[in-house]
Design a protein around this ligand. Structure first.
Ligand SMILES: [Zn+2]
Length: 101
């Protein structure tokens, strides 16, 4: 359990994790590389600020979108569209594991 006085640094913001694909900041999306160049102050940040994507870039994990999303700074592809179509749930007979039946 984290004490309420706990603070977070820029390093915590960019700690990342599995599935990290973008950062949301002030209604825009950025690739992790560009997010590091954003000006959001040196920190430290308290919990409420750390969780507010208006104040601190907020990591996006396994992003899903009907439309392709691009980095606001370098226009690099982030996620969405084509990637979502590949992610099929497997209808009847679609799985490769039916051969044992
Ligand atoms: Zn970028």
């Amino acid at each position: 359990m984290k004490p309420e006085t706990e603070t977070y640094t820029r390093a915590d913001v960019f700690k990342g994790g599995p599935g990290l694909c973008a950062y949301a900041f002030r209604a825009a999306l950025y690739c992790p590389a560009c997010a590091r160049g954003l000006d959001f102050g040196p920190g430290p940040f308290d919990w409420l600020t750390f969780c507010d994507s208006e104040s601190v870039p907020s990591p996006v994990f396994f992003g899903e979108s009907d439309a392709a999303e691009f980095c606001d700074t370098c226009s690099g592809f982030l996620y969405g569209a084509d990637g979502a179509e590949e992610n099929t749930d497997g209808g009847p007979g679609a799985g490769p594991f039916d051969w044992e039946r």
